[in-house]
Design a protein. Structure first.
Length: 138
């Protein structure tokens, strides 16, 4: 069995954003030379997420509204975590959206269902963050 590791870097200018990273993850699979296996994609920061869903702008706006309804950014005083930082909500949003995605690799391609894409989700942006892509297989 072979393994491959790559890091992707993101710097979202606002507090919140989603980035379709499917092509970057597929490029990592291509670089790895692995044709059959698994691809782990995970956010290496506790205020960011990786998830699989549809690349549809209305859905992404729905996610943002839904997450803000569950864990609104303000007032920041509502969060005990906010001791010197104002990102208590971002930790909760990450917990809801998840840390990682595991995607099958078949014939050298990410093996998705209809409409599935992989996304980086940012909930406390404005600084450089990274995503790990770890691929194992043959």
């Amino acid at each position: 069995m072979k393994s491959w590791r790559k890091e992707l870097f993101f710097n979202i200018p606002g507090r919140f954003g989603f980035v379709n990273i499917t092509s970057q993850v597929q490029a990592a699979v291509d670089e790895s030379g692995i044709r059959e296996g698994l691809c782990l994609v995970n956010a290496m920061h506790i205020t960011a997420s990786v998830f699989v869903n549809d690349d549809e702008p209305g859905l992404h706006r729905d996610f943002e509204k839904w997450l803000e309804g569950i864990a609104p950014h303000e007032p920041v005083s509502r969060y005990e975590h906010n001791t010197g930082e104002d990102n208590g909500d971002a930790h909760l949003k990450r917990q809801i959206m998840g840390r990682e995605a595991v995607i099958a690799i078949t014939g050298g391609r990410l093996d998705f269902g209809p409409w599935e894409q992989v996304f980086y989700g940012e909930f406390d942006g404005r600084r450089k963050k990274r995503v790990l892509v770890k691929i194992i297989g043959e």
